[in-house]
Design a protein around this ligand. Structure first.
Ligand code: SF4
Length: 466
């Protein structure tokens, strides 16, 4: 039975991978109507299964709708290889085939496996950016090509994971990257890259492969990008984006929000620049004080984090760009996604971290299978405890509820995965608690303001909220 269903799925996927690109060339209106239909069906399913508040549901629907809008916009300009792989790998494998495998896993272990996997196969990088946590890890150890292939095989075949994110280090400095993408051509790879090495030839290879989707790092404008990544970095990022756009690759940007780049990074002008260079999506992270000597002055204030959230939510409604906000989207994904709830991170040394920003581990992928690491006692306990707050906008056990992470690390004897990682629950613990309080207060104040504006009878002349 299982093999008949596998063959059926395979043939359907193949058909879809051929059909959607042809449709995009010959009848784009039909393709758009189909995507609208898929979006409606997905949203109906999400609404039926939703257990949180109506506001949480609204955010989830906005994010899902944003995704389909992005796909509709981007699809026609993509290379044939990218169209085929996007249709086959994402729409079909991730959603349909992966769902079936996830069901089997659920029946066996009583819980849903992670949806995606983040790997740092190597910490090698040709830049030296201040504040980058990649620096803190030793550079001399990498995952071998064989080990990475073994992990992906297990993730795909046993857990239905068809979405692998790759970071580092700099993934384009890890030689087997393209070979792995070619070997696992049924999987899609989101690659966080500094973009400095993406010339026309590399962009063309990505377009032919069709399953590498880069998120190119940028710090806002030229001043901030060059200050962090070196002179000329900003121009090279834009060139990389132009190369990817012209070759027909689906790509986006990745940005670290700091107290200093706040105005630029959250501005509509910045997003318009990214759209102009062909970015279809954006990932926004915020500076986290990880390691021995982090620069605490770069951590955004609570009010800045709230403002970022508001700007991104507004952009999702009125810009042709799908922006994800790693900390502020808790209410779109039912809280923290780490600990194998939806994802986990494997370091270049093989340690299995709950999240790329939580640098503690208990297990190594060199000693246990991926499944055994996902089902470890510590990870299971955190999955059972999550979400860590009834307000999903406060999702993080590290930056919103630092005491939870500290308690868990102590209880399960998790060890820091690099020198200085322990400082986040030691020397910087009080700072983190203050920042968490500042954000919670700023959020409450924003809610109060918005509630006032909703109910206010005075209208445009009301000055209460400035
Ligand atoms: S641990 Fe924090 S940063 Fe990591 S996924 Fe959870 S909420 Fe996000």
């Amino acid at each position: 039975m299982a093999s008949i269903s596998k063959i059926k799925n395979y043939l359907m996927g193949k058909g879809m991978a051929a059909f959607l690109p042809a449709l995009s060339r010959h009848s784009p209106e039909t393709l758009i109507a189909m995507m609208d239909r898929m979006s409606r069906v997905g949203i109906e399913k999400m609404t039926k299964e939703h257990k949180g508040t109506p506001e949480d549901l609204e955010r989830r629907i906005d994010a899902a709708r944003g995704f389909f809008e992005m796909a509709k916009r981007a699809f026609p300009r993509l290379s044939k290889g990218t169209q085929r792989r996007l249709a086959f790998n994402f729409f079909f494998n991730t959603i349909c085939v992966g769902d079936e495998v996830r069901e089997t896993y659920r029946a066996q272990y009583g819980e849903t496996p992670p949806f995606f996997l983040l790997m740092s196969p190597s910490m090698a990088c040709d830049l030296r950016c201040p504040g980058c946590y990649a620096w803190k890890y030793p550079k001399d150890q990498s995952l071998s090509r064989e080990k990475v292939a073994e992990i992906i095989r297990e993730a795909r075949d046993d857990m239905g994971i068809y979405f692998i994110a790759v970071t580092g280090g700099e993934p384009t400095c890890w030689p087997p990257l393209e070979e792995i993408a070619a070997e696992f051509d049924d999987v899609f790879f989101m690659v966080y890259t500094h973009g400095q090495r993406i010339d026309k030839a590399m962009a063309k290879r990505f377009a032919e492969l069709g399953n590498i989707y880069p998120a190119v790092s940028i710090e806002g404008d030229e001043v901030f990008t060059d200050a962090r990544r070196g002179e000329g970095a900003y121009k090279r990022v834009l060139e990389a984006m132009d190369n990817l756009r012209d070759a027909g690759v689906l790509f986006g940007y990745s940005l670290t929000h700091t107290r200093q780049n706040h105005d630029v990074a959250c501005s509509g002008e910045f997003m318009d620049t990214m759209i102009g260079h062909g970015a279809a999506f954006g990932w926004v992270f915020q500076y986290i004080p990880i390691g021995r000597d982090p620069d605490l002055s770069l951590v955004p204030t609570g009010a800045q984090r709230v403002e970022r959230r508001e700007r991104i939510l507004a952009a999702r409604k009125n810009k042709p760009l799908l922006v994800f906000d790693f900390w502020n989207d808790g209410d779109s994904v039912d809280g923290c996604i780490a600990w194998g709830r939806k994802y986990l991170h494997i370091t270049a040394r093989g340690y299995v971290e709950p999240c790329v920003f939580v640098h503690f581990a208990k297990d190594s992928i060199h000693e246990k299978s991926l499944g055994e690491c996902v089902r470890s006692t510590a990870f299971r306990e955190m999955r059972e405890r999550a979400p860590f707050h009834e307000d999903r906008r406060l999702p993080c056990p590290q930056i919103d509820h630092p005491h939870i992470l500290r308690e868990l690390v102590d209880k399960h004897g998790m060890f820091p995965t690099h020198d200085g990682a322990e400082d986040i629950i030691g020397n910087h613990f009080d700072f983190l608690c203050q920042t968490a309080n500042s954000f919670a207060h700023a959020l409450a104040e924003s809610d109060r303001r918005q509630a006032h504006c909703r109910d206010c009878a005075v209208g445009a002349t009301c000055r209460q909220n400035g």
